[in-house]
Design a protein around this ligand. Structure first.
Ligand SMILES: Cc1cc2nc3c(=O)[nH]c(=O)nc-3n(C[C@H](O)[C@H](O)[C@H](O)COP(=O)(O)O)c2cc1C
Length: 336
């Protein structure tokens, strides 16, 4: 209702500033009771990764990198929130400007580069929140950790976040950390998943609590690569896969004046690619583990398409920038 007005003001600001302002306002409103924190709507509730989700719609990683806005995001009625990507140590990310709106196509290009305040800060924020819903924590490597030590960063972050998360996402698919996506190759992924799984087993024994782990993959994978990843996920007993992150492809926005900006493209132009990856994964996995579908969901119809393609849960980010919080109601109404 109010969002078209807010949007016309927000879209006159730098994209990153507008983002922070919006989330701060939402979180303040939730903290002073203007909107109710933690009221997830119950629509098509389901158990995925052994967790009970009040509805299948969640907030994707990157919206709240430091878990500073959980009270506000929790008030939107979503079934879960994924915070991060968080790295073991704080890091500033890439020089600004690094987020670009493409309103003509309802897309965004970002090259943030895992800007975040580090895992310790994130855990302090999680400890303070009133949000009681399902919390995913998405982990990555620091930009200056050499690729040969990447596994150490994931293991270190997993150890810290494990006791505080309902599930943990291992993000190897951001295009904005140099060479990160090489971890999707079979040898590298085998090494990573072996270490992650061993750490999960140890932590489950130590804490008496099994926290499921999801792997987040890119849309820029060939069908053969998707099949190979699916096999490894099954072989290693990974609990879920999130498809997809942003794309480096510009096919869907060829000729757009911002098409040549470096970074990952999200939003409406990504949808067909993400959907195709989810379909291929669903075929390759054949129900062995659940898929969380994300990419360009900006309507009830697209949410339904993602679920029909084989996703058990869905997430969104860019759609919220263009449609506002009403999108969540629209989607949940379509699914009801
Ligand atoms: C500004 C921005 C920052 C993002 N940061 C992260 C991140 O830190 N970690 C991550 O796994 N995905 C990140 N993403 C990707 C989203 O989680 C999501 O996978 C992708 O944008 C596709 O969904 P959408 O089209 O609904 O935005 C980011 C996306 C955007 C637009």
């Amino acid at each position: 209702m109010l969002y078209p007005l807010a949007k016309s003001l927000l879209f006159q600001m730098d994209a990153e500033q507008a983002h922070i302002l919006t989330l701060k306002a939402l979180t303040r409103a939730a903290r002073c009771g203007l909107v109710q924190p933690g009221k997830a709507r119950i629509v098509q509730p389901r158990t995925v990764m052994g967790l009970s989700f009040p509805n299948p719609l969640g907030i994707a990683a990157g919206m709240d990198k430091n878990a500073e806005y959980l009270d506000g995001l929790g008030a939107l009625g979503v079934g879960f929130v994924e915070v991060g990507t968080v790295t073991p140590r704080p890091q500033p990310g890439n020089p600004k400007p690094r987020v670009f709106r493409l309103p003509e196509v309802e897309g965004v290009i970002n090259r943030l580069g895992f800007n975040n305040n580090g895992v310790e800060h994130l855990l302090q924020q999680v400890a303070r929140t009133r949000y009681q819903g399902i919390l995913g924590i998405n982990i990555g490597k620091n930009f200056d950790t050499p690729m040969e030590n990447a596994v150490d960063d994931y293991v270190a972050a997993l150890r810290r976040v494990y006791p505080h998360a309902h599930y943990v996402t291992v993000n190897i698919s951001s295009p904005n950390t140099r060479n990160l996506r090489e971890l999707q190759g079979s040898d590298e992924l085998t090494r990573l998943l072996t270490a992650i799984k061993a750490t999960q087993r140890t932590l489950a024994d130590q804490t008496g609590r099994y926290v499921p782990i999801a792997l987040k993959i890119a849309p820029d994978l060939s069908p053969d690569q998707i099949d190979a990843i699916a096999k490894l996920l099954i072989a290693h007993g990974i609990d879920a896969v999130i498809a997809t992150n942003t794309t480096i492809s510009r096919d869907a926005i060829a000729g757009h004046p911002l098409a040549q900006e470096t970074g990952g493209l999200s939003g409406a132009p990504l949808h067909e690619m993400s959907l195709a990856v989810v379909q291929r994964l669903a075929h390759a996995l054949d129900g062995a583990l659940p898929i969380i579908g994300v990419g360009g969901i900006n309507s009830g119809a697209r949410a339904r398409a993602m679920l029909d393609a084989g996703a058990s849960l869905i997430q969104l980010y860019t759609g919220l920038i263009y449609k506002g919080p009403g999108l969540i109601d629209d989607i949940l109404q379509t699914l009801a």
